[in-house]
Design a protein around this ligand. Structure first.
Ligand SMILES: NC(=O)c1ccc[n+]([C@@H]2O[C@H](COP(=O)([O-])OP(=O)(O)OC[C@H]3O[C@@H](n4cnc5c(N)ncnc54)[C@H](O)[C@@H]3O)[C@@H](O)[C@H]2O)c1
Length: 358
């Protein structure tokens, strides 16, 4: 079995993972089990969960689907449900869903009665390779990403790649973006293989998913609370989150999925890396083309870019009012806390506009 064993936050993948789930629930000996789903994971994932979890009974809590519901209002709904259905400090919450369910469910569990146990069962690719692992739990504040939250590991993460069979293609692509990010910060070998991710090749894709989890785990084990090296996991996210926020607040625009925004953010960060930290130019061009050929391109007017830059002040890596980027000196080597002049950000958008699919 593929597993990472820790005091908290152990990850169990595929074969044997459900056995571990049952063992852990027995060990926790909960007064009641609560299962949190969104409308889609209720329909597509709950039946499979019921077959494999061997839970004799649980209370179900359903939230609406999508990033626009990753907010305190939805938390209030879940806290109320927990309270009305008799949750106490010995209850556990099982988060069965994508990154919205695991981020929000984790936050609710960490705050309900000062903290109850919780287990993440990620059902989207993005949640498997990134969101469910590492203990960052939280919600958005208006359109501002992940402004409210806590860092606390789930009791365990159960990864079963079977769930990906029902995941829509656009959300698969969104998850691949975080695997590509893991490639940029870890190694060119993994980067190239993640660019070729094919969910239909079951064994290879399960292996790539596991390697992504290992890359993230290697970093968060050294720096669980993001004092230093964990910031590398934010490669592409400084502008990526600002772009995602900007799209969330624009009613006329269809919201950009998290991974789609991060894909753009990574191209911008690659350009900034060549300009400000000697990242090889040819790799910047090559991998920008690779990303554009998978994610297409969005148009940004000068007004859009100005508004996106304004949103950078809310980035959680900022210190003393200064926006701090993660840049690369090469694939696998990052430079933290980089200041970037505004002029360079405009240039990076120009580079993105001119980038062509391979
Ligand atoms: N905590 C972290 O470290 C971390 C890291 C990266 C991203 N995130 C967060 O993760 C979120 C994005 O995660 P996401 O892309 O999983 O979003 P999501 O939870 O909205 O899931 C994507 C969509 O797929 C549906 N879905 C999920 N699993 C399915 C399945 N098996 N079959 C059918 N439909 C399914 C969901 O209902 C939703 O419509 C963002 O809020 C982002 O900020 C958190």
């Amino acid at each position: 079995m593929k597993e990472i064993i820790k005091e908290n936050g152990s990850v169990y993948c595929n074969e044997g993972a459900w056995k571990r789930f049952s063992e852990l629930v027995s060990l926790l000996n909960p007064s009641k089990v609560f299962v949190l789903v969104d409308k889609n994971t209720k329909e597509y994932c709950l039946p499979y969960f019921d077959q494999h979890s061997t839970l004799s009974s649980y209370e179900l809590i359903v939230i609406p689907t999508g990033e626009v519901h990753k907010n305190i209002h939805t938390c209030l709904h879940v806290w109320n449900e927990l309270s009305q259905k008799g949750a106490d400090r010995k209850s556990i919450l099982v988060n069965l869903g994508g990154g919205v369910v695991t981020d929000l469910g984790g936050f609710v569990a960490c705050t309900y009665q000062r903290g109850i146990s919780f287990i993440n069962i990620p059902t989207s690719l993005l949640a498997m390779v990134d969101a469910s692992v590492g203990g960052k739990n939280g919600v958005d504040l208006g359109n501002l990403k992940n402004q409210i939250g806590v860092i606390k590991n789930p009791n365990a993460v159960i990864v079963d790649t079977y769930f990906l069979n029902s995941l829509p293609q656009a959300h698969l692509r969104s998850g691949i973006a975080e695997m590509i990010k893991h490639g940029f910060i870890d190694s060119e070998d993994y980067l190239m293989r993640s660019l070729d991710f094919n969910a239909d090749a079951k064994n290879e894709s399960a292996q790539l998913i596991w390697e992504s989890i290992l890359i993230k785990d290697k970093i968060i084990s050294i720096d669980p609370t993001e004092k230093g090296i964990r910031k590398t996991l934010n490669f592409g996210h400084t502008l990526g989150h600002a772009i995602e926020s900007y799209f969330l607040e624009k009613p006329n625009n269809p919201p950009l999925l998290h991974g789609e925004a991060i894909a753009i953010g990574m191209i911008l960060a690659l350009y900034l890396s060549t300009e400000l930290s000697s990242f090889p130019k040819e790799k910047c061009t090559l991998y920008s083309q690779e990303i554009v050929s998978r994610y297409g391109k969005h148009q940004f007017s000068p007004t859009d870019i100005k508004e996106i830059i304004k949103l950078l002040i809310y980035d959680k890596k900022n210190s003393h009012g200064k926006v701090q980027f993660v840049l690369l000196t090469d694939i696998g080597t990052s430079k933290l806390n980089c200041s970037v002049p505004e002029k360079k950000i405009f240039e990076a958008f120009k580079f993105y506009e001119l980038s062509r699919a391979e």
